[in-house]
Structure formats: structure tokens, C-alpha cells
Design a protein around this ligand. Structure first.
Ligand SMILES: [Zn+2]
Length: 118
């Protein structure tokens, strides 16, 4: 994302430009989590509920409440499902791999200087 005021590169989730302080106009960009994984922050136990909530845009509190209710009425099967999800879901990487930048567009060669030298 490029700042509209100073044209500096900005974090896509930033609400203010770190260079000039200009507020980002428009709705904040919600990061898209490409796959199911356990986030490193906001965990209660292992981050399984937080991972599902983050991936599908659900409220993490609601997911946790639904898990607790299903544990109460599910005779242990939800606990087993939680443990399987804990094992299967990878941890969120510390840094998402950066998309390789597009190669620069080839600039046409500078026109030859036809001005006669003095
Ligand atoms: Zn700026």
C-alpha cells in the first residue's frame, strides 16, 4: 500500500502512515489468512479456536463458547477433535513469505543525444 500523501510504502494493515502520519482513508484492510493455522497471539490454549475464527472471519469468543457447549454435550468427542486440530494445524509462521516483486518494466534506452557537441 502506498501513502497518498508522501507516496511511501506502508504496511497494508496500517491505519496511519509511519512516514508522514496521514490517516488511511477507507475501511481498514483485514489481512487474509490463506490457510488454517494457529496464530501466535490471542491463544487461550493452543490457538485452535483462534485459528478457525481468524481463517473464517468468525468471532473467537463465539467459537470458544460453541466449543465449550459442545464439550458439555458431546461426551468428549469435541475434546478429541480439538486435540486432532492442535496436532494437524500448523503454527502461524513468524513472518508470512513476501510475494516476489514484479520485475521492473524495462525502460527504453535513452535516446541518443543528437545535439552536436560544441
Ligand atoms: Zn505518508
Amino acid at each position: 500500500m502506498i501513502c497518498s500523501a508522501c507516496s511511501s510504502e506502508m504496511n497494508p494493515t496500517a491505519r496511519f502512515c509511519s512516514n508522514c502520519g496521514r490517516a488511511v482513508v477507507g475501511p481498514p484492510v483485514i489481512p487474509v489468512y490463506p490457510r488454517l493455522m494457529r496464530p501466535r497471539s490471542g491463544r487461550a490454549i493452543a490457538g485452535v479456536c483462534a485459528g478457525f475464527a481468524q481463517r473464517y472471519g468468525w468471532d473467537v469468543v463465539l467459537v470458544r463458547i460453541l466449543l465449550c457447549v459442545s464439550v458439555l454435550f458431546g461426551c468428549g468427542a469435541p475434546i478429541l477433535a480439538y486435540l486432532v486440530a492442535w496436532i494437524v494445524m500448523p503454527n502461524e509462521p513468524y513472518f508470512f513469505p513476501v510475494q516476489p516483486m514484479a520485475p521492473p518494466v524495462a525502460q527504453p534506452a535513452a535516446p541518443p543525444n543528437n545535439q552536436p557537441t560544441v
